[in-house]
Ligand binder design. Structure first.
Ligand code: PLP
Length: 415
């Protein structure tokens, strides 16, 4: 392997880690797979696959409702993930953690339940110019319904939010600030601690979209003083269709249920239903039990490696990758924030990102091309799309070298 891995502690053995990911062992179009699309979804270690298999083969039963052994086992395993998530995010209580399908559902839950009861005509919701569509559209829908106003924090050419402009947007009408911890399209790590403080001073609540932060950074919702924080299981090496909404208990307690059905009730008559306590009030119907258990195994796996180790290693990869890509003539990196996580988004003059992605795929290199569900970011940079290589702790500097070589080949073909 090449030049990298200097400051990372000797305990971080990427080749050993790669053995935990069977999917990485395959060839694509005759070349070893180079998976650089972890911001879309992270690969799953054997421990996660095994936990899901064990649930289906050994413990399979519905949860919270059976006295029999299998139901007891599956309930315990599912609820254990809630306890693990409490530790992972440093929440005060397990009652503050709601299982959802992922970040998209978490944001929709807050915009629907909290939004419908707390936002009225003339109120304002603040988002940022770099949000994923899932942190734009639900708020836009709420604003349309209520006659409220959506306001947008602008960014600079590096893809950093302009905090002086943010300050100006905050006022007594601001009800909610909803902002990404880490941008999926640019990799920018936003100064959310400071932004939360500023919002609170103005009397607004804050929802942090943590979809791209949870896989890369240690998160402490109490230290941040976040009112709501979201994560998607599939981006932290867990399965799809499961995620977490964290909310402060006093806010969640005051919010009406999001959906009605089984498990979220205490009593039901045709005249009146009373609701269950937190967190179950927000968890109607049979959940993704296997997904929840799989996510628990993913949290264990990440904790075994250590988020600090992951962040340090990925930072080195990012620095190395940035240097390699910058040497390619005509290539421009989109998103050059001073605080950045594992995303390399770029354009190459005269070559469409879809052509870049297709040629790279023939070499076994998986990248994402398009607007990355962040069309306003593309509009801001006056580009239709980018090619995005997103890194994870199982990537190597040798894979970055392959990406750089692959891009040189792209240039040869299209010049
Ligand atoms: N927010 C960000 C920053 C994302 O990157 C994504 C997914 O890519 C989402 C939200 C939506 O997450 P999910 O599709 O898991 O609900």
């Amino acid at each position: 392997m090449s030049t990298l891995i200097s400051t990372v502690a000797a305990g971080f053995d990427v080749e050993k880690i790669r053995q935990d990911f069977p999917v990485l062992k395959q060839t694509i179009h005759g070349n070893p797979l180079v998976y650089l699309d972890s911001a879309a979804t992270a690969q799953k270690p054997t421990a996660v696959v095994d936990a899901i298999r064990k649930f289906h083969e050994v413990d399979c039963a519905n949860i919270h409702r059976g006295v029999h052994e299998l139901s007891q086992r599956s309930t315990a395993a599912y609820e254990e993930t809630r306890a693990k998530t409490k530790k992972f995010l440093n929440a005060k209580s397990v009652t503050e953690l709601i299982f959802v399908r992922g970040t998209t559902e978490a944001i929709n839950l807050v915009s629907s339940s909290w939004g419908r009861t707390n936002v009225k005509e003339g109120d304002e919701i603040v988002i940022s110019a770099m949000e994923h569509h899932s942190n734009i559209v639900p708020w836009q829908m709420l604003c349309e319904e209520k006659g409220a106003k959506l306001r947008v924090i602008p960014m600079n050419d590096r893809g950093e939010l302009i905090l002086e402009e943010y300050e100006k947007l905050l006022n007594p009408r601001t009800r909610m600030v909803a902002v990404a911890h880490v941008s999926n399209a640019l990799g920018t790590i936003n100064p959310i601690r400071r932004m939360i403080e500023m919002a609170h001073r103005a009397g607004a609540l804050v929802l942090i979209d943590g979809a791209q932060a949870a896989p890369h950074l240690k998160v402490d919702v109490q230290a941040l003083d976040a009112d709501f924080y979201t994560l998607s299981g599939h981006k932290i090496c867990g399965p799809t269709g499961i995620g977490i909404l964290y909310g402060k208990a006093k806010l969640l307690n005051a919010m009406p249920p999001y959906q009605g059905g089984g498990d979220m009730i205490r009593t039901v008559t045709f005249e009146k239903t009373t609701y269950n306590d937190l967190p179950y009030k927000f968890e109607a119907g049979t959940p993704n039990i296997a997904g929840g258990i799989g996510m628990g195994a993913a949290l264990d796996y990440l904790n075994r490696i250590g988020l600090d180790q992951i962040a340090a290693y990925e930072h080195e990869l990012l620095v190395y990758g940035t240097a390699q890509l910058e040497q390619i003539p005509g290539l421009r990196i989109i998103g050059t924030a001073r605080e950045k996580a594992a995303v390399l988004s770029f354009v190459i003059e005269g070559i469409h990102p879809h052509d870049i992605g297709t040629v790279l795929d023939r070499q076994g290199i998986a990248v994402r091309t398009g607007h990355h569900c962040a069309q306003p970011v593309m509009d801001w940079f006056h580009i239709p799309a980018t090619t995005r290589a997103s890194l994870a702790f199982y990537n190597t500097s040798a894979e970055i070298d392959k990406l750089a070589a692959g891009l040189r080949k792209v240039k040869e073909i299209f010049s």
